[in-house]
Write a protein that binds this ligand. Structure first.
Ligand SMILES: [Zn+2]
Length: 274
């Protein structure tokens, strides 16, 4: 497990306290009612501790499939994520329709990442199927690679349909100019570590996305145990930019929490221009 020791904690500045109303929860492992599929979905059954998995050594990605019966797919699955998106994707499909509105969010440190859950319903529609937003979290560096290239970070906007299928919008982040649109999210990361959870107010998810929603689409899996293969991946083609300090804030909380790319096998990656 990655340590969330005191050493990595940061003091929330006066300006960020104004927008982050820290809230203490009783127990960090308590799943919310109707818990979403999350990076902490390794929790096996009510009352049991989450299985121990990590990004290195004996509990690292190469061994996830052996750690728990429920994790077998991590080792045996043939449609796993992330992948390297090859340079020549050929198919096309439906656009992503966003139905995001400004909302308040709860930020929570799962031990592997920090994730934000919305307090009001947010939806997307892809190819006639509506998916409800569950949570957004990050990996640093990126998990997907584009033609072999890694990015500084990758954000996953996780959605679920009524049938239980997942659609994840992946947003790659390159190191560059400071990005004010992301400041509320970045400030929530150390706050969530310090206080178990933190509130982000008045954030529209659409403001976090690049202008173009052109994306690569393929069928894959969760990139964390149990690695379930019911994920429609929508990886946006245009990376966003984050400043050096913003990237550092993310990495201070969780870094190297990226699963290595998995074999594409006989899957095809569609490039969707919209
Ligand atoms: Zn993820």
């Amino acid at each position: 497990m990655r340590s969330t020791s005191m050493a990595t904690r940061k003091t929330v500045t006066a300006s960020s306290s104004a927008v982050l109303l820290a809230m203490i929860t009783g127990c960090a492992d308590t799943a919310a009612p109707g818990a979403s599929p999350t990076d902490s979905s390794a929790q096996t059954a009510q009352g049991e501790a989450p299985a121990q998995w990590s990004y290195e050594g004996a509990t690292g990605p190469q061994h996830w499939g052996e750690l728990e019966d429920e994790f077998t797919t991590c080792g045996t699955g043939a449609a796993q994520s992330p992948i390297n998106v090859p340079g020549d994707p050929v198919l096309s499909s439906e656009p992503i329709e966003l139905d995001y509105t400004a909302s308040d969010f709860q930020a929570r440190d799962t031990g592997h990442t920090v994730e934000l859950e919305s307090t009001s319903p947010q939806n997307i529609t892809v190819d006639g199927t509506e998916y409800t937003f569950k949570q957004m979290h990050y990996h640093a560096p990126s998990e997907h690679t584009l033609d072999g290239v890694n990015y500084a970070a990758e954000f996953h906007f996780v959605h679920q349909s009524d049938d239980g299928d997942l659609a994840v919008i992946g947003v790659l982040a390159a190191e560059g100019e400071d990005n004010p649109a992301w400041s509320l999210v970045i400030e929530a990361v150390p706050a969530a570590q310090d206080e178990d959870s933190a509130e982000v107010t008045g954030l529209a998810l659409s403001s976090l996305l690049p202008e173009s929603l052109d994306h690569y689409e393929y069928d894959g899996s969760l990139t964390t145990p149990p690695c379930s293969e019911n994920v429609r991946w929508l990886l946006l083609q245009s990376p966003i930019e984050l400043g050096t300090t913003q990237i550092s804030e993310l990495r201070s909380a969780h870094s190297d929490n990226n699963r290595p790319t998995q074999p594409l096998n006989d899957r095809e990656v569609a490039q969707v221009d919209q």
